[in-house]
Design a protein around this ligand. Structure first.
Ligand SMILES: [Ca+2]
Ligand SMILES: [Ca+2]
Ligand SMILES: [Ca+2]
Length: 95
């Protein structure tokens, strides 16, 4: 099997501080009804260390940023969801 690295596909898996996905914030910044920003804590310390953005409005993550040391500056930026797709919310929630 020989495969050039640049044709290995666009799916990258990013390293995060933990394996959890605690969503601190979801935001719909362009008001199209779909979430386009996800702020996530992966290690349970209550601080955000994973940020995901949907830049083209299709509901799927296009850019993922990881702040591995939680200093507020992203340390790794990858295309796509970085192997961490957001949980789809049910279309309607009945209370
Ligand atoms: Ca954290
Ligand atoms: Ca998208
Ligand atoms: Ca950082």
């Amino acid at each position: 099997m020989s495969q050039a690295p640049e044709t290995a596909g666009t799916e990258e898996t990013v390293e995060t501080r933990g394996d959890e996905r605690i969503e601190l914030l979801r935001a719909d910044t362009n008001n199209d009804g779909r979430t386009d920003v996800w702020v996530v804590d992966t290690d349970g310390d209550g601080k955000a260390d994973l940020f995901q953005f949907d830049t083209d409005g299709d509901g799927k993550v296009d850019v993922t940023m990881v702040d591995i040391d939680e200093d507020g500056q992203p340390d790794e930026i990858v295309d796509g969801d970085g192997g961490l797709p957001p949980e789809q919310l049910p279309p309607t929630i009945q209370v």
